[in-house]
Design a protein around this ligand. Structure first.
Ligand SMILES: *[C@@H]1O[C@H](CO)[C@@H](O)[C@H](O)[C@H]1NC(C)=O
Ligand SMILES: *[C@@H]1O[C@H](CO)[C@@H](O)[C@H](O)[C@H]1NC(C)=O
Length: 389
């Protein structure tokens, strides 16, 4: 008699425990995402919205993810992105109190736009508040109250109601989130205001798979251009050449800090990028510690420092770190991207941010980064030069 009571109670307890676990999982798991804390400053939620397609095809090749980052002012750009990239896209979006509505907008888009849904995976980052010890869980997107018909027919007015982001934006951290959350192992790290040349993801697939196998220490670099505002953006090499001849398209930032972007030997790139030639790459030595070309790299290659302040050499620090880690740089033919607008100077806003962040950079970040590099990669100090924020 006693025994059967005991068994009954054990079963009851197990049953209650199971019930509680399932209840907890339902309440927390379904409604909320857990967010992870980074640098004791930022909260990050991966896969807030997830792409429905993997783009793994019968060729057995690893698809190339476009890894990019944005704020609420870039919603239109994000919307157009699936049209130019036929492979997975991983976006880290930064929100604050005023711009969190962009998440509802993206959810509607993900729900209603099939191309967007197939390709786009969205990760969310926001700044932890003062005195907050932990990151609050992020509410999962609920089924929208807006119908797709309603949303798609008033898309612009929905978008226009979301204010622009204004604040310190952690570029380095955001690029890392986009890379960590990407759904494939090869990543093209790009700023979201760039327009890529036609069919880029397919053109680079084979050669990127050969060169970026996760073991070889290679990085592929993509040439970058800028276009006079309001003119047509060239999307293939032939149009690019004509547009350059007409002084409409130029090498990226050719009038503003060209040292940071210059990839030498454009003439050679042109001859290698003829239609009848296959896509190829060739070695390009590391230029200088202020260099910030756009990389295609494997998941296994090092991430940039998360802690670099806004607008203070965020991309340069990634490229420098790759040099210190012993990576070789290779320029790729045929593909490129273009930004609208010729940069002549920093904006007042950009300068203000750089100034604000500079003190912090000089005092804290410089020491931390130098120490990290010299400890991790003691052998490459001479080869890569001295990095100064
Ligand atoms: C482009 O600019 C160069 C240098 O300023 C000039 O010599 C050339 O005539 C310009 N070409 C056209 C088509 O305007
Ligand atoms: C351009 O690069 C090619 C291949 O690396 C090289 O043969 C050629 O000499 C270079 N030209 C210049 C002007 O640097």
């Amino acid at each position: 008699m006693k025994n059967s009571y005991a068994i009954f109670f054990i079963f009851l307890n197990v049953f209650i425990l199971l019930f509680l676990i399932i209840l907890l999982k339902n309440i927390l798991g379904r409604e909320y995402y857990f967010s992870e804390i980074l640098e004791n400053q930022y909260c990050v939620t991966y896969n807030y919205l997830e792409a429905t397609e993997s783009f793994r095809e019968s060729d057995g090749l690893e698809p190339i993810s476009l890894a990019t980052h944005a704020t609420s002012d870039m919603l239109k750009t994000l919307e157009n992105m699936p049209k130019m990239w036929n492979s997975p896209i991983s976006v880290a979006i930064f929100v604050d109190e005023k711009t969190q509505k962009s998440l509802d907008y993206l959810q509607n888009l993900h729900n209603c736009d099939k191309e967007f849904q197939r390709k786009m995976t969205i990760h969310v980052a926001f700044r932890k508040s003062a005195f907050q010890k932990r990151c609050p869980p992020l509410l999962r997107p609920k089924n929208s109250e807006t119908s797709c018909f309603e949303f798609l027919s008033h898309q612009k007015s929905y978008r226009d109601r979301i204010p622009s982001f204004f604040g310190l934006y952690p570029f380095g951290l955001m690029r890392n989130i986009a890379r960590k959350g990407a759904k494939s192992d090869i990543h093209f790290v790009m700023d979201s205001d760039m327009i890529v040349s036609e069919g880029m993801d397919q053109k680079i697939k084979r050669i990127a798979n050969q060169m970026l196998d996760g073991k070889l220490k290679n990085v592929i670099l993509v040439r970058r251009f800028e276009n006079v505002v309001g003119t047509e953006i060239p999307r293939n090499v032939k149009d690019l050449e004509e547009s350059m001849r007409n002084n409409i398209t130029f090498e990226f930032h050719h009038k503003y800090f060209f040292k940071g972007h210059k990839i030498p030997n454009l003439t050679f790139w042109r001859t290698q990028s003829q239609d009848n030639l296959p896509v190829s790459t060739w070695n390009e030595p590391y230029s200088n510690p202020d260099w910030e070309p756009q990389p295609i790299l494997h998941r296994n290659s090092p991430l940039g420092p998360d802690y670099v302040p806004s607008r203070v050499k965020t991309m340069c620090s990634v490229i420098y770190k790759l040099c210190r880690a012993g990576y070789n740089f290779h320029v790729i033919s045929h593909v490129f991207n273009v930004q609208e607008g010729i940069k002549l100077d920093n904006t007042v806003y950009g300068n203000a941010i750089a100034h604000h962040q500079y003190t912090y950079a000089r005092d804290k970040v410089q020491e931390r980064f130098t120490k990290e590099m010299d400890w991790k990669y003691p052998g490459t100090k001479e080869k890569c030069g001295h990095f100064v924020f």
